[in-house]
Design a protein around this ligand. Sequence first.
Ligand code: MG
Length: 377
Amino acid sequence: MKITEIKTAEVPIIVDGRRRYLYHYVRIYTDQGIYGTGEASHVDGGWRGSTQTMAQQLIGQDPRDVDACFEGIRRSYIFRGGMAGLGISALTGLEIALWDLAGKAQGVPVYRLLGGKFRDRVRLYVDSAMTNCQERAEEARSKGFTAIKFDLDDAGNPHKADAWNWSVTPGELEIMVDQAHAIREAVGPHMDLAIDLHGRYDATAGMKIAHELEDLNLMWLEEPVPPENIQAMANITHSTKTPICAGENAYLRYGFREIIEKQAVDIIMPDISKCGGLSECRKIANMAETYYIPFAPHNNSSALSTVGDAHVCASVPNFLALEFHRFDDPTWNDVVNSDEAVIQDGHVAMTEAPGLGVELNEEFLQSMLEDGEPLWQ
Ligand code: MG
């Protein structure tokens, strides 16, 4: 089997006349009539050019040699973004498409090629902005979700000292702590609860906030400080009972090595469709497992990649929960052809369908484009 052609699709999702999301898909075609589809996340306008440039290296290769195809491109890109950022995210979209193809070529679901599954269904948690927490928690619970996350960082906090420094004033801290307690009360004691700070505090502020939230039995506190300085994150993690989670802006095994070795976080959250793909994230989860660190991937992707993520989550023992970012999106399930909703009872069920197990709903995606614009280019 040989790769013959690669095409990309960039699709805005319009809801109520407003562009809400922008999805980036890549499709790899072969000389045997089967194709695989992948998705890249958190990319910009340069994604299409990067993907098409990388794709030239894949023409003529056997798509079932997924890791070799990936590593060949990664090494050739070391001088142009092969360590982190857009280059890796574009490569990730290709990697996911290769896995879809490899599974279809052998008539098995991708998790079978990743070593098989530890679980039949993958638990999702609802990511929610600061909203009516009680209503949101009840809605999530009624749909079968057992975990939820709210944002606590607030640039509009009236007690903020400065728009640029990342300190926390006593008044600001008091409001945050009160809000966090109100969230726990609204959510109830038995739902897993995470709180995200988006890396918007300095080391002292991050530590103060983590200490003040210790009695809330959080599933985790996310990114109390920015992600670049791993030692600063480790200092907070080692100083508090509050579990700390980070990793959505790290790339590849190499980007997670120091985080894991220093036990700089209690939980890691790679973004699977951004930071290296299915094989790479399974390896990251395996590295974390040797330190008994749970794996809770970040996910801001469409239904296609969410199902792709689920294959990795099913294939590792230390999986905790996978993010679901689209609780309010009425089009979320329309992106794929699926008789049933992809998410049921707060979980993605693993099936025996070959490859990723879902296909894009091209009619729906085409309807989001301007008249005459081809979906695949
Ligand atoms: Mg986050």
